[in-house]
Structure formats: C-alpha cells, structure tokens
Design a binder for this molecule. Structure first.
Ligand code: DGL
Length: 355
C-alpha cells in the first residue's frame, strides 16, 4: 500500500525541501584575510589588556572562535601575514592589495574582511581604498583587547565585520573600517586613543553608520573618489616610491628633511604645526628638496580641518602641494601612489583634491 504513495511522499518531500531552500536566503561568500594584530593576540592572563603578544592566533582559530559567523556568511580564511601592524611595510601593502583584487575578481567571492593590528589599520584601509578595483565590500577590522582578555572585543568586531562585508548596502562605499559597532570610511577614520575600545573615530566628518542587531545601518557615504573610480593600479608594481614624513614642532630644524633626502626620498610630507606652518629654519631644506625634484606636501599634525593652499606658505611660489584634510600618514600613501603616475606637482595637487 505504501508503495503506491511512496512517489507522492517523495514528490512532496522534494517540493518542501526545494521551497525551504528557496525560502532560506543564500548566504554571501566572505573571505577573511588575516594579517595579525591584537585581534590575534594573546595575554598571560584574562586581565592582560596591555603588554600582551600580538599576532599569535591563526585565522582558522579566529573563525572557529565565532561559530555565529556561519549564520551571516559562508566564511573562508587565509593567513596572509602574521605581524604586529607597526611592522606593516609598502611590500605588505602591495601583496595584500594584489590578493584582494585577485579574490574580488572571482564571482564566488562576495566580500572581504581583513583582520589587522589597529596601529596602522587606518593606513592599510586608505591604501586599499585607492587600489581595490571592485565595488564589492572590503572591511578592515581589529581589536583593542587581545583574544584572551575578559570582554575581548575581537569576536564581536569580527562578527560585525563579516556581516557588513556580506551586506549589499556596503557595496560601492569604498573600503570600510568596522570596530566598536561603528562603520567608518577608510579615508577619514583615524585611531585617536592608545587603548580604549572606542579608539577609532572620524572626529568631524563623521562615521558612515552603525552595526546593530546583526544589521548594517548607513546614514552617509564617502564623497571623494575610491576603488573603481581610482586611477591608481598596483598590478604591475613591485615597490612604491620612497616618501617620508617630517614632524613640525617648536624649535624644529632642517636635519630630518636633509637626512630623508640624503636617503633618496622622492617625496616629503611635512606634518606642520597649525595650518601646516613651516618654521623658517626648515624652509631652505624643503626648497632644496623641491629643487632636487622631490614633491613636498604640507600637512598638519593637528588632525582635523582643511590645509589651506597659499595660507601659511606661498605654495604657488614654492611649488608645494597641500594635503587638504588628509592626516600626514594618509597623505604619504596618496603621494606614494601619485608618484607612480606623475611627478607633476599640479597633477598631484589635483589628486589630493580628488581622493
Ligand atoms: N602592535 C599593535 C598592532 O599590531 C597592537 C595594537 C592592536 O592591534 O590593537 O597594531
């Protein structure tokens, strides 16, 4: 008797299953690229939140520690580096940027999360913002407490970063930084505290949105060009031009500028006091650097605000470039990439007003 109904039962089972499958949303494929940092760090005790060892936990263990990831994406992991991010180099950036572009060109990769030390996270994020050739989400994430700490922030930060990278709303917004339930833009976010959980801020220009209850909420989006709008291409690059940063302060002299030029710098970022003011004792050294063909960019150590062209110095006469609102470490990144395209100071100034 059952044999009579068996085909009907089977048909119903298949139909139900198909309906169930069609009802269940297809999860995005997100690749986690691990580079090290505190998010992969370990301390001697659960209360060790300083004096721990960064870059010790593997990407597989980071993923295994958050089984909830499987609810928001199909996650795979790659250990690209295992370093404390103060040791990040131009060569690391080129390797990482090329790997990101290779992965995002694959139709079965919907987004990328990069776990990273927080010390230079903003720099890697901005570099990728200028060289990634895809609208797919790329999200950088770190942690302020090591994985072994009480109330470690790494697991929830990683969960939020993966769900953000799996969110269609995150596409086309440039490289994003996600810590502390906040979504910030690579161009403007910066680390403002040595150790607290809310260390990543976009003080005046504002964050892009929040992650709350396993959902991403956007309230604004970046204005400056990024990713697919960028003119910079690293695919054939094996190195980046040598650009260094000199710091401005009371009583500063020309030694640092002269030393960097003697070491072969092709660009100098001057992190000046105030609106990028140049001490009289430094101007001759910067002029000499320009005369040797180096590009000089006036930035500010202050952190916020527009660096006014022809304000505290006659940039037209000196043939200097101004950094607009980029902090010195990000101005360095843009100048390095600009120098892969041109040595023309006016073209480079256009780039600083575009990205
Ligand atoms: N050594 C620092 C780094 O790897 C630790 C800070 C952190 O990752 O939060 O950036």
């Amino acid at each position: 008797m059952f044999a009579l109904f068996a085909p009907l039962v089977l048909l119903f089972a298949v139909a139900t299953s198909a309906h169930a499958d069609s009802a269940a949303p297809k999860l995005a494929n997100v690749t986690v690229l691990a580079t090290g940092g505190t998010i992969a760090g370990t301390g001697a005790t659960s209360t060790t939140t300083v004096g721990y060892t960064a870059a010790t936990v593997s990407v597989q263990r980071l993923i295994q520690a958050v089984p909830e990831l499987a609810k928001v994406a199909n996650v795979s992991g790659e250990q690209v580096f295992q370093i404390a991010s103060e040791n990040m180099t131009n060569e690391h950036w080129l390797t990482l940027g090329k790997r990101v572009n290779t992965l995002l060109a694959q139709p079965n990769v919907d987004g990328i999360v990069i776990t990273h030390g927080t010390d230079t996270l903003e720099e890697t994020a901005y570099f990728l913002n200028l060289v990634v050739k895809s609208r797919k989400p790329v999200v950088l994430v770190g942690a302020m407490r090591p994985s072994t700490a009480l109330s470690a922030d790494g697991p929830i930060n990683l969960y939020n970063a993966v769900l953000l990278a799996a969110s269609p709303e995150a596409a086309g917004k440039g490289v994003l930084v996600a810590l502390n339930d906040q979504i910030q833009a690579a161009r403007d976010v910066t680390k403002v505290n040595t150790s607290t959980l809310d260390s990543f801020r976009t003080p005046e220009l504002g964050l892009l949105g929040y992650i709350q209850g396993s959902k991403a909420f956007f309230y604004r989006q970046p204005v400056r060009k990024h990713t697919t709008e960028s003119e910079f291409d690293i695919s054939a690059l094996q190195s980046l031009p040598n650009v260094e940063i000199v710091y401005g302060y009371a009583n500063v002299g020309p030694v640092a500028v002269d030393a960097f030029m003697a070491a072969g710098a092709k660009g100098i970022i001057h992190a000046g006091v105030g609106d990028g003011s140049l001490a009289a004792k430094v101007v001759p050294a910067l002029k000499a650097a320009r005369a040797k063909g180096a590009i000089v960019v006036r930035a500010s150590r202050v952190g916020q605000g527009i660096l006014a062209r022809n304000g505290e110095a006659n940039d037209d006469e000196l043939d200097f470039v101004v950094a607009d609102t980029l902090n010195p470490q990000k101005a360095r990144i843009l100048l390095m990439l600009a120098l892969t395209k041109t040595n023309n100071s006016k073209e480079i100034q256009r780039m600083f007003y575009s990205y």
